[in-house]
Design a protein around this ligand. Structure first.
Ligand code: CU1
Length: 129
């Protein structure tokens, strides 16, 4: 190969790398979902509707934003979710800006443990893939 063409080849090779990289699927970057979006974690929000259509993946994070002291976030199982029961040993988050890393696939359940709130709809179930 003529020495003259070498820089051109390098440029072409570099371009090829860029093109290939652009065609590859984006790296599986972890997403942070603010639960309820601009309605946050609060009474009167339809969390089934919020979760519907979202594809949660292992490594994603749910962020529960609320006024500290007004609500909390209790990580529960399916039965407690259905019954709006707060098990005494369930992890309870109270900071007002609680982040939960979805570390494993499956169905995750969250309720607000403040009396009456779960019953009135402050509950969230998500499927994590
Ligand atoms: Cu609440």
């Amino acid at each position: 190969m003529a020495p003259r063409s070498t820089p051109l080849l390098i440029a072409a090779a570099a371009m090829a790398v860029v093109v290939v990289a652009a065609l590859l699927p984006a790296p599986a970057s972890a997403a942070v979902y603010r639960v309820g979006d601009d309605s946050f974690w609060d009474n009167g929000v339809d969390y089934d509707a919020w979760a519907s259509g979202k594809k949660f993946k292992v490594g994603d994070t749910l962020e529960f934003l609320y006024s500290e002291g007004s609500h909390n976030v209790v990580v529960v199982d399916a039965q407690s979710y259905a019954a709006c029961a707060v098990p005494s040993n369930a992890p309870t988050l109270t900071s007002g800006d609680d982040r939960v890393a979805l570390r494993q696939p499956g169905r995750w359940f969250f309720i607000c443990g403040v009396e009456g709130h779960c019953q009135s709809g402050m509950k969230l179930a998500v499927n994590v893939h």
